[in-house]
Ligand binder design. Structure first.
Ligand code: CAO
Length: 415
């Protein structure tokens, strides 16, 4: 079967997490991704958080499937010449170096355009133009500067970062969309263009509903679906909302049977208005269907804590899966708090290719997250991450280098 991005060649100059998630996605859609790494060391994540000595870490392997790896010293003149050949023969260059690193290497936008005017040059940076544009940035810096941390957690605690890597993987997703859009536009213009995704911007985009709430708060000085209402004062900025729903249907995380011993024995429960009567029947509180204090969504807002406490009395009598079964029969939106262990073992996620087992020559079998985006005409087969420099000879051969050229470059430590 053909793939959506068949024939697209990516010069993958990315490292750590944000850039590699982007190029991995492009690889899953069929692009030929050539990852350029420094000889001897490679992407720093190969050696970070290792669970097996001298074997590429899960951090690296899980971000670099469906790629080829070549080693190249791009600060060496002969290495630069190889990079120029790659630029001429690739469609997209993706990089997430610290600001200015590509320019310092001699590969400015102008130079790249001279070499290949059709090339799309895509970058992840921590910040867009402004006071922080020269800063190096990692995941949690972006979560903090993008508004996520100030709006995550509980009112009486400090700001919190989330486990979801919205700064890195979130930005990688944004960048991948930008690249595909730029390739599409190239079909009509014949030109490449610069694509830039700043991590702060990506996090702000994902926190869009909190900017919505900031403006509601500015106008009305209250956010009635937040846990601060009606008992506490609101300040000037959107407060942390605990587990309140970000949408118009109030929700909260409730204890289920076994919560005393199992830290994940909880369920997310949404009191969606159309099923209010069903909720009342399930928990045995039918009087709330008609009681004017509870009968309408607006009337319920001052009583949400009381409502969730009453529902929790019911959920605590059921396991999270029993509660799911019962609630779903009545179309009551809810979700179990699944641990990573439960996700790893879930057969339906294996069946859809969202959780995939991959075999690696040095580490053996391991689990990874497959392509979360499913295309009906472009199936994803997850192939293992490359060893450092595994494809150097193959790729240089395809670029027209002879075996002797390659041996000379190796002797001079350029590759
Ligand atoms: N050959 C020779 N030199 C190479 C090379 C190669 N194949 N690949 C990289 N280099 C050089 C770069 O040119 C750079 O050199 P200079 O500093 O002399 O210009 C140097 O290696 C280091 O690059 P870096 O500054 O990007 O790497 P770092 O480890 O110091 O910083 C990071 C890492 C992530 C903080 C930084 O790259 C960054 O801010 N990137 C943008 C934001 C981003 O993507 N962050 C997410 C990372 S995932 O959490």
């Amino acid at each position: 079967m053909s793939k959506a991005l068949d024939g697209v060649r990516i010069l993958d100059f990315t490292h750590v997490q944000s850039g590699p998630t982007c190029t991995q996605l492009l690889g899953w859609f069929g692009a030929d991704v050539i990852k350029v790494e420094r000889a001897g060391e490679g992407d720093a994540t190969r050696g970070q958080l290792r669970d097996i000595p001298d074997v590429d870490s899960l951090y690296f392997t899980m971000l670099n499937h469906n790629k080829r790896s070549i080693t190249l010293d791009t600060k060496n003149p002969k290495g630069k010449a190889v990079l120029e050949t790659l630029i001429k023969q690739c469609d997209v260059l993706v990089e997430n170096f610290a600001p200015g690193a590509l320019d310092r290497m001699g590969f400015t936008w102008e130079r790249i355009q001279e070499l290949n005017p059709r090339m799309v040059v895509a970058s992840v940076k921590g910040f867009g133009p402004g006071p922080y544009e020269d800063c190096k940035v990692y995941e949690n810096v972006a979560q903090c500067a993008g508004g996520a941390a100030s709006t995550t957690g509980f009112d009486d605690g400090p700001p919190l970062v989330t486990g979801a890597q919205i700064g890195d993987s979130g930005t990688g997703l944004h960048l991948a969309l930008g690249i595909v859009a730029a390739l599409y536009q190239r079909n009509t213009t014949g030109r490449g263009q610069k694509v830039m995704a700043a991590m702060q911007d990506a996090v702000i985009n994902l926190c869009r509903v909190k900017l919505r709430d900031q403006q509601r708060l500015d106008r009305t000085q209250v956010l009635k679906e937040y846990p601060q209402y009606p008992d506490s004062e609101f300040g000037e900025a959107v407060p942390r909302a605990g587990n309140a729903s970000g949408g118009g249907q109030p929700g909260w995380i409730l204890k289920c049977k076994g919560w005393e011993k199992d830290p994940n024995s909880y369920i997310y429960f949404i009191t969606q208005a159309p099923v209010w009567a069903s909720i009342c029947k399930v928990i045995g509180q039918e009087d709330w269907i008609t009681d004017p204090q509870y009968a309408t969504p607006a009337a319920r807002l001052p009583h949400l804590k009381n409502i969730f406490a009453r529902i929790e009395q019911w959920t605590m009598t059921k396991t999270k899966f029993e509660a799911m079964d019962i609630l779903n029969k009545f179309d009551i939106p809810c979700g179990p708090i699944l641990s990573m262990k439960e996700i790893a073992d879930e057969p339906s996620l294996r069946a859809t290719g969202t959780i995939v087992e991959v075999d690696h020559p040095k580490r053996g079998k391991y689990l990874t997250v497959g392509n979360p985006i499913k295309l009906s005409d472009s199936q994803t087969e997850v192939t293992r991450s490359p060893l450092l420099g595994e494809h150097t000879d193959e790729v240089l051969g395809q670029l027209g280098y002879s075996a002797k050229d390659i041996a000379d470059l190796r002797a001079e430590k350029v590759i």
